[in-house]
Design a protein around this ligand. Structure first.
Ligand SMILES: [Zn+2]
Length: 565
């Protein structure tokens, strides 16, 4: 049950100290009772705040008593219509809301918001093509109030009904509070909410009335008040975002520790993409890393909700940002894709974008881009700004270190199993793979061929050669072997002059692969002899196949090591 509330603190400054001014006892409310319903009555008292000197009513009456049935329509009185037209013209001149390109597209929208829009008379005076949005709780006004409006919320003003709307069309260009501001019980909270739905370059119009007009010195005072008001709203929004930023930086430091300690590159990429989205409140993240073999910046990870068909568009957009970063831009921040020159073609794919390079020793080793910002606890998208860029840069510093670590770790790991001269795997790797391939061959009942090739270069004299010609021979033969095998065959350098090969699924292995490999090696030796005259290469081969020559590791190794010319 709602009932009138006696205020103990000032509506404007919150001070608890009123000086009584006037008390007229119990009076009827200025509401519009339905026929047969009693007129509500209550105390009428006026007080003065002792601190800020705001003259105000002592009692606050429930909104439902006053506004659910509102008997006064703006359009009913020609004087009021004229006054509203005058107001509308001045607002349009001041704010210049631009007509949108259409309501079906999420671009080029501009809209105005009227709080307490009554029967919509004022909103209908706004230019064609500008979105007209109203809040009006009075039920009896609804049919007329909707006419010519783009959106009518049949309630008191609050931010939440606009969240989805703002995510599509951005914030309001103009907010008007006509002949209603003085009815508010919490004007400061109202202004904070207005600040949440108004563009940075938006205009707020608050209409106050005075019987005798406003004298010049009062206008000057109002100017000052407006300035203070916008300052204090700015400060409170900044405080809010500063608090948020501190939380984000704490989250970055925490995520950073996780990231730095992850040495597996694949896992690291996933972790970076999800952490970037969580911390930056982004919807999607694209990570690219330099592929040393192709010199291209290939997409290594994507995190986000986008369907596969939309991902392509997002990747195209990312490519543009990455290209600019590679050309030397230190970062790319696109606040509003629909409004920024050169980005308009991507309107509707993402609203906002932030892209930073990953550097290592001054070289760009990759990029991280985030798209669409959905602030915590809200459902509407906003734009990335300079603060976000600063925060994201802090995060990226961790990512650079972590990726550098992971790449170095992977390289070391690979080197441990790789022969330095030939780039082929070593004996340790070969043995591991043989076990693995043999159990696979058994499981799938496939033949497997194991082959050993011994290459002994015989060089005459020349003990103090500038280059190790023996190693040159081995290197060239290694590359010939690799080239004559299939992609999934294994070749390793298992000792100084021996190569080991595993040919899985070698159904015709005995018949064709072995002579073919032998022939390739012989041809290469002929080539080498043309260049290095005094070289002789002794070649010996051995092979074994599963299951014919044995069904375990030892038997196969034994058989394949019986080497023949
Ligand atoms: Zn006060």
């Amino acid at each position: 049950m709602v009932s009138p509330r006696r205020r103990t603190t000032c509506r404007a400054c919150g001070h608890a100290g009123f000086a009584p001014v006037l008390s007229l006892g119990t009076q009827s409310l200025t509401s519009f009772p339905l026929p047969g319903q009693p007129t509500r009555r209550g105390p009428l008292e006026a007080v003065l705040c002792k601190r800020c000197k705001l003259f105000q009513m002592r009692w606050t009456y429930p909104g439902s008593w006053l506004y659910s049935w509102y008997g006064y329509r703006s359009g009913v009185n020609p004087i009021m219509v004229r006054a509203l037209r005058d107001m509308a013209e001045r607002v349009v001149e001041l704010a210049r809301p631009q007509p949108g390109t259409g309501w079906s597209k999420l671009c080029g929208m501009q809209w105005v918001l009227d709080i307490g829009s009554n029967d919509g008379t004022y909103l209908r005076m706004m230019p064609e093509g500008v979105g007209r949005v109203g809040f009006e709780p009075a039920r009896n006004l609804q049919p007329q109030a909707r006419e010519g409006l783009t959106l009518l919320v049949d309630d008191y003003f609050s931010v939440s009904p606009l969240r989805k709307w703002i995510s599509g069309y951005g914030k309001a260009k103009v907010v008007t509070a006509l002949a209603m501001f003085y009815d508010l019980d919490r004007p400061a909270a109202f202004l904070r909410d207005v600040a949440r739905v108004l563009r940075e370059d938006g205009v707020l119009v608050i209409q106050m009335t005075s019987a005798s007009g406003i004298p010049q010195e009062r206008v000057a005072a109002l100017d000052e008040a407006a300035m203070l008001l916008s300052d204090s709203i700015g400060v409170s929004l900044r405080e809010e975002s500063a608090a948020l930023r501190m939380t984000k930086i704490a989250a970055i430091n925490e995520a950073g520790i996780n990231i730095i300690s992850t040495l597996d590159l694949l896992r690291l990429q996933k972790l970076v993409a999800t952490s970037a989205c969580l911390i930056m409140e982004a919807e999607s993240c694209v990570i690219r890393l330099l592929d040393a073999a192709t010199g291209k910046y290939a997409i290594r990870d994507f995190y986000g909700m986008k369907a596969e068909s939309d991902q392509k568009d997002l990747f195209r957009m990312d490519k543009k940002a990455v290209t600019e970063v590679l050309k030397g831009a230190s970062s790319i921040l696109v606040r509003d894709v629909a409004e920024e020159e050169g980005w308009k073609e991507f309107a509707g794919i993402a609203r906002t974008l932030l892209c930073l390079p990953l550097k290592s020793d001054g070289e760009i080793i990759g990029t991280v881009s985030i798209f669409d910002k959905f602030p915590h606890k809200t459902f509407y998208s906003t734009s990335f700004n300079n603060d976000d860029r600063g925060t994201f840069e802090k995060f990226i510093r961790y990512v650079e270190k972590a990726i550098g670590n992971a790449i170095a770790f992977e390289r070391n790991d690979r080197l441990k199993n790789l022969d330095e001269a030939t780039g082929l795997p070593t004996l340790k790797y070969f043995q591991g793979r043989l076990h693995h391939e043999l159990s696979r061959a058994k499981r799938f009942k496939r033949r497997l061929v194991l082959m050993i090739c011994e290459v002994t270069p015989k060089l005459t004299g020349r003990e103090f050669a500038a280059v190790d010609r023996g190693e040159i021979v081995v290197k060239r033969l290694a590359s010939v072997l690799r080239g004559s095998l299939r992609e999934y065959d294994v070749v390793a350098r298992i000792s100084e002059w021996k190569f080991g090969m595993i040919l899985p699924e070698a159904e015709d292995g005995r018949m064709s692969a072995i002579p073919r490999i032998k022939k390739a090696i012989h041809t290469e030796v002929e080539e080498i002899r043309k260049r290095i005259k005094d070289v002789r290469v002794d070649l010996r081969f051995g092979h074994a196949s599963y299951p014919e020559d044995g069904d375990d590791h030892e038997k196969l190794i034994f058989k394949s090591n019986i080497l023949k010319m």
